[in-house]
Design a protein around this ligand. Structure first.
Ligand SMILES: C[C@H]1O[C@H](O[C@H]2[C@H](O)[C@@H](O)[C@@H](O[C@H]3[C@H](O)[C@@H](O)[C@@H](O[C@H]4[C@H](O)[C@@H](O)[C@@H](O)O[C@@H]4CO)O[C@@H]3CO)O[C@@H]2CO)[C@H](O)[C@H](O)[C@@H]1N[C@H]1C[C@@H](CO)[C@H](O)[C@@H](O)[C@@H]1O
Length: 403
């Protein structure tokens, strides 16, 4: 994925870059993007260095898995990177610990009214803006058109239809669906499908162990037990992507960060649709990523200008052209190259109806207990009832005096 170098006037190369006077220093940027995305983000980050000859960009890809703790450990030792790719649920966590640079009134927040409201929501905590939106996302049903045609199956709109399709898919030697069992994010569509949610933040009530939560755990287990879905409790990303690319499964639930690889594997046969509904409702979670600046950065001007550049309309457009990731600026969706991307055309309304989570510091810690409960149920050591109540108990530990 080589970035088409955009022609830019010599005046831009002079390092004017929207800042006043020459910038200098080294900006270390920790990126969590996956292998395919990293090629694009690294090239863009390093292009900033050519536009500002006095600035050196030190691009470091740290992956997703332990990134949240790694940043907190580094910040605790005052060794954090100047700029951190920050997941939507990490902003409140990092900000509440004093690890982020307040951005209101700084050059990093250029044209802030252009950002989608849902993307901006995760960047504000206790009235201050601590991050700048990069991409927004949700989960969707990815499907292999050729396999659905071969099996004579229409795109399923509910879990019941997925289950009912098992026979037709077996006849052509494939399994209907891959569902990740090792990443709790993939459980949320089951929860929303039964009319439930993890918590009710307004009422400060834990709801994951309501009857809707028990029904969601049971819906996941029954889907896997029926043979209509395959899953793993480890290495889910790799297993899912290879099963989908090889045709071992006809469908998977995934997000825009998987589009480039899935399109590489299936080409025109790749289709996307809303995640299947449950017995009561249909829904997918809102996710995404922001740029945040470390509170103790010695290079504030260069770091703030770097964030302005990386979240600018032009860079957002180029990221979507290369990866089909979803912009967080409304103006970028008007660009012909973005408006003409069928994947963006699908995902934009999907993120508009995606379920937001409470952007509270504890929000990010709700997933680990959920991951453990899903794993216990899928490995047979917990019933749906036990999985739901164990998760609820863990949440009441984390969220003191919530019911
Ligand atoms: C358990 C974790 O729970 C939460 O994470 C939620 C998250 O909040 C949800 O939003 C959702 O994230 C979506 C994401 O929105 C979506 O974009 C996509 O990201 C793509 C990128 O797009 C792609 O570029 C590339 O990067 O690859 C990314 C990943 O594919 O998919 C993500 C989901 O994968 O789901 C997450 C849950 O997984 C916590 O926040 C922690 O992360 C926590 N982990 C720590 C918990 C520590 C103990 O407390 C333990 O000690 C530590 O070792 C663990 O690290």
């Amino acid at each position: 994925l080589t970035l088409a170098a955009t022609a830019c006037g010599s005046e831009q190369r002079a390092g004017s870059g929207g800042g006043d006077g020459e910038l200098s220093g080294t900006v270390t940027f920790w990126d969590t993007s996956n292998e395919t995305e990293a090629e694009v983000f690294q090239a863009l980050a390093e292009e900033f260095g050519t536009r500002h000859p006095g600035v050196t960009v030190d691009y470091v890809n740290i992956g997703f898995d332990d990134a949240q703790n790694r940043f907190k450990n580094a910040a605790g030792a005052n060794e954090a990177p100047d700029v951190m790719r920050t997941e939507v649920a990490w902003v409140a966590d990092f900000a509440s610990l004093g690890y982020l640079y307040p951005l209101d009134g700084t050059r990093a927040l250029q044209d802030e009214e252009d950002f989608l409201d849902t993307a901006r929501a995760s960047t504000v905590y206790e009235g201050t803006t601590w991050a700048v939106p990069q991409v927004t996302d949700t989960l969707a049903l990815f499907y292999n058109r050729a396999l659905l045609e071969e099996a004579g199956v229409d795109v399923p709109t509910s879990l019941a239809e997925v289950e009912a399709s098992a026979e037709e898919f077996e006849a052509v030697g494939t399994t209907p669906l891959y569902v990740r069992g090792d990443d709790p994010y993939w459980f949320l569509p089951f929860l929303y499908g039964e009319g439930g949610d993890l918590v009710d933040a307004r009422a400060e009530r834990v709801t994951v162990d309501d009857p809707s939560g028990v029904a969601a755990f049971r819906a996941l287990r029954d889907l896997v037990d029926s043979g209509a879905a395959t899953t793993d409790t480890s290495d889910g990303w790799e297993n899912m992507m290879s099963a989908f690319a090889s045709g071992e499964v006809a469908m998977m639930v995934n997000g825009p960060w998987a589009l480039a690889d899935a399109a590489e594997a299936l080409g025109e046969d790749l289709g996307v649709a809303p995640v299947p509904a449950g017995a009561a409702d249909q829904g997918a979670p809102l996710g995404g990523w922001n740029y945040a600046v470390y509170a103790g950065t010695p290079e504030a001007d260069a770091s703030l200008e770097f964030v302005r550049w990386m979240s600018s309309p032009d860079v957002q457009r180029r990221v979507t052209e290369e990866l089909s990731l979803l912009p967080t600026r409304a103006s970028v969706y008007e660009e012909p190259s973005v408006a003409g991307d069928p994947m963006v055309e699908f995902f934009r309304p999907a993120v508009d109806t995606a379920r937001e989570r409470p952007w509270i510091p504890q929000a990010q810690s709700l997933f680990e207990p959920l991951r453990e409960a899903v794993e216990a149920m899928l490995t047979g050591s917990a019933s749906p009832e036990e999985a739901a109540s164990d998760t609820g108990d863990a949440y009441r530990e984390l969220l003191e005096d919530w019911e």
